[in-house]
Ligand binder design. Sequence first.
Ligand code: ADQ
Length: 472
Amino acid sequence: MSRLIVVSNRTPGKGPAAGGLAVALRKTLAERDGFWFGWSGRLVDRPTNQAEFEEIEGIRVGKVDLTRDDHHAYYAGFSNSILWPAFHLRLDLATIEGHWYEGYRRVNQLFAQALLPHIEEGDVIWVHDYHLIPFATELRHLGVRNRIGFYLHIPFPTLDALYAIPHNTELMRDLSRYDLIGLQANRDVSAFAEFADHQAPSTLSGSPLKSVDFSRTEVAAFPIGSDPEAFAKLAVSPAATKMVRRMQRALGDQALILGVDRLDYSKGLPQRVEAYEKLLANNANLRRQVHLLQVAPPSRDTIKEYQETSDTLDAMVGRVMGHFAEPDWQPMTYVKRAYGQPSLAGLYRLARVGLVTPLRDGMNLVAHEYIGSQDPRDPGVLVLSRFAGAAEIFEDALLVNPFDTDETAEALRLALSMPLDERRRRWKRLMESAQAHSVDRWAESYLARLAPNGHNGKPATVRDVLYLDSVA
Ligand code: ADQ
């Protein structure tokens, strides 16, 4: 089997692995030769294009330092103030500063130079996420001819949003230098194919010349998931049970509605709190019967738009508390911190309703983790945004339009009153789907496709791929 090189902005650190993705890729790397490569997490005064390697819990990790200015332009700037908002259709929250693009390209070039001496013939290179779109171009410029794949962990934008990104044609040309592009959902593949079809012929009307040539790139949906069996075990572990007991003492007979998110404007948190406010306003009988727990640790909080989302949410929570709280009852709790997976699994298991209502999102691992953690005899109900890629595989959730807070409030009411047999029926199908889309299968199916003969010798064109079955 060929060696695997995983490239991502952040490299795994010591200690308990954070997300399912890190666990799955660690497992994949432990099973085959290869290493993980990316930013060290360190900011230094002088740029370097040398990687330092170390062994971290059984896997080799190559790391490159960045200067403060480069990191700012590449990460907070072009990646998270332009690409992230545009890909999530929030152009109103984008900040465009021309020089960030140069920093973004410079960091990609530097990473490629640092990786080059460590690439061997036959290695397969798997690049992750929007921070590294130009990475294959930079490697190709350095003469690398290995198979290189890209996986996008966020939704692919619509045409208008794509065209609003500075240098969008160059970025699309960068993508055409990959052998395989993995997207989250079929929706994203359609958006991608629309770009491939829509691009204006460069000069002559009717010319078959397209400005970006995708004839050697395959694009397909590889919906990422979590490890639902691991969450099922974790949810009954001693650490989870401790959290459950603690919460049960605080809740008494109240039904728990739970939201777990990074504090990000794509997650629809103010709309979620507004929907809860409407639930309490329209159903006086539910007061003292339900409690909303929203866990949302701050992320990217040096970026103004993230601080503003945090302020908006503080104000919304304050409004709901002021309106409904009583000396001996609080309608909700808002916790701005991260929890370990065992505690999260306990909270998921206890929650009668898992509320996952992003305005636009990929597969949303929290939805998978919530399903995995349920008690099969008495499962909770998932209320899920139609605009999460996960809605394509979780049809048995209560699907809502998160912008319509009346609809979300009504879905909450239905979820809270759903009979046990219907909850069991829905959960069984959700669990089957979560298992079919586990993170292990995701990594296996992507890498099988990226392998030197994974496409059976004939790469599909962008048009063909629309009709490829998405990889289950
Ligand atoms: P995220 O936007 O980070 O992921 P999500 O997919 O839900 O969103 O993953 C969040 C992860 O962080 C989960 O594993 C969750 O347990 C953890 N997490 C969230 N809040 C936490 C808290 N308070 N404490 C501890 N852990 C917490 C991006 C895309 C998604 C895509 C994933 C993976 O936005 O759409 O599915 O990458 O590709």
